[in-house]
Design a protein. Structure first.
Lengths: 195, 195
DNA sequence: GCACTTGCCTAATAGCTTTAGGCAAGTGGG
DNA sequence: CCCACTTGCCTAAAGCTATTAGGCAAGTGC
C-alpha cells in the first residue's frame, strides 16, 4: 500500500521525540510503528532490533548535545565557559528528558568510542585550558566535572531536590561558583604523612 | 503442592540478588518465579505487580545503603567522615550493581518521603557539621555532594572512565581531596557586579 | 477431625519482540 | 511503454512478560 518512507534516520528522530514525550523506557518498536501508522514488522527492515533503535537514539542525543556544547564554548573561556557548558547539559535535559535518558544508555566500548561521547571529554578538557592544570590533574578534573554535571542533572530531573528550599537555580549557580573556585585552587596531592 | 513459603520480604531479597546477577532491568516477575521454581501467577499474591516489586527492591537498597552510611560515619568527622561516606556509595555500587541501579529508581513523592532516602540527606547534612557552613550554603553543599557521589559512581560503573589512564582509584581519592578543600573554603556568593 | 484460611496452580487475555515469507509499489533498461 | 527487478510494507506465527480470575489442596485453629 502507500509507502510511508521509513528510514533509519526518520525512525531515530521519531524515536527521540517519542522518548521526550513518554520517557525513554517507553520507547518501543510497537509504539514507534503506531506513530507511523505502520505494522510493527515493517520497522525491522530499517533497524536491527529494539536495542539497535535505542542505541541510535542515544547516539543522536550524544551528538546533539556535543553540537550544543561546541556552540556554547565558542568564544568563551574560564568561568564563563564553565557555566556555559554546564548549562548546556542542564538545559538539554530539561528540554529533552527522553533524549537525556537515552544519552545515559550504556554503549558497548566499540560504539562508545565511535560516538560523540569522545567529543564531550575533549571539550571538557578544552575548557580546562582556562585553568592552570597539568596532567594527571586535568584528567581528574575532567572526571569531576563530568560527575557533577551528570549527577546534578540526573538528580534534579528525577525530583531528588524538589522537596526543599532553596530553589535549584540558586544551587546550580552556587555549584558553578564552587567548581570555578576549586579549579582555580586545585589542591596538590597531600604528601604522604609517613614520609 | 509443596508450599515454598513466599513472602514479600523473601521476594524482595531474591529480587535484589537477581538484580545484582543479571541487572536491575532484567528483574522480572517471571524470572523471579523461575528462581523459586513456582508459577508466575503465584507471585501476585505477595507483590501487587512488577512495579511494586521493583519499588520494594529500591527501598531495600536505599535502606541498606543508609545503614552502611550510618555505620561509616559513626565516630568520624571532617575529611575522614567525607571519605568514609563517599566510599560507602562507591563500594556498595561495585558490590551490588543491581541494587545500586534499583536505588536510582524514581519513586513517587509519597514513597520517597517514607524511604531511607531522607536518611541519606540527613547524614550528608550531619557530615557537613565538620565544616563551617550555614544555610543556605549547607543545602547547596548537600546537593553538590549528592551530585558528585551519584554522578561519579554511575559513570565509573557504566564504564565511562575505563578508557584512559590514570586509574579511577586515584581520581576518586583526588576528588575527595578536592571536595574537602572546597568545603573548607566554600566561596561566598559573588557580589552583584552592578552594585 | 472439621471448617476455614491461605498459597500456589491452571487458564486465559493482552502487549511487545522477532523472524519468515508474500505481494505490490517504485525503478531502470530495452 | 512495459517488463524484470528491487525494495518496502504486510500477513502470519511463535515466544516471552504481565496481569487477572477462579480452583483445589496444604496448613491452622477449635
Amino acid at each position: 500500500m502507500a509507502r510511508v518512507g521509513l528510514t533509519p534516520e526518520r525512525l531515530t528522530e521519531a524515536g527521540a521525540e517519542l522518548a521526550d514525550e513518554v520517557g525513554f523506557d517507553e520507547v518501543t518498536v510497537s509504539a514507534l510503528a503506531r506513530r507511523f501508522d505502520v505494522k510493527v514488522a515493517s520497522l525491522y527492515s530499517h533497524v536491527k532490533n529494539s536495542q539497535d533503535l535505542r542505541t541510535r537514539i542515544a547516539l543522536l542525543a550524544l551528538a546533539e548535545l556535543a553540537d550544543r556544547a561546541a556552540d556554547a564554548l565558542a568564544g568563551r573561556a574560564g568561568k564563563d565557559a564553565l557555566a556555559a557548558l554546564a548549562n548546556v547539559y542542564r538545559d538539554y535535559a530539561r528540554e529533552h528528558p527522553g533524549r537525556w535518558a537515552a544519552a545515559q544508555l550504556r554503549l558497548d566500548p566499540q560504539t562508545a568510542a565511535a560516538s560523540a561521547g569522545v567529543r564531550h571529554a575533549q571539550m571538557t578538557r578544552a575548557l580546562l585550558r582556562g585553568y592552570d592544570l597539568t596532567e594527571p590533574d586535568q584528567t581528574h578534573a575532567v572526571r569531576l566535572l563530568g560527575s557533577v554535571f551528570h549527577g546534578y542533572v540526573s538528580l534534579e530531573l528525577g525530583g531528588g531536590f524538589s522537596h526543599s528550599a532553596p530553589g535549584t537555580d540558586v544551587t546550580w549557580a552556587r555549584i558553578i561558583d564552587a567548581l570555578d573556585t576549586l579549579l582555580r585552587n586545585w589542591p596538590s596531592p597531600p604528601t604522604d604523612p609517613r614520609g
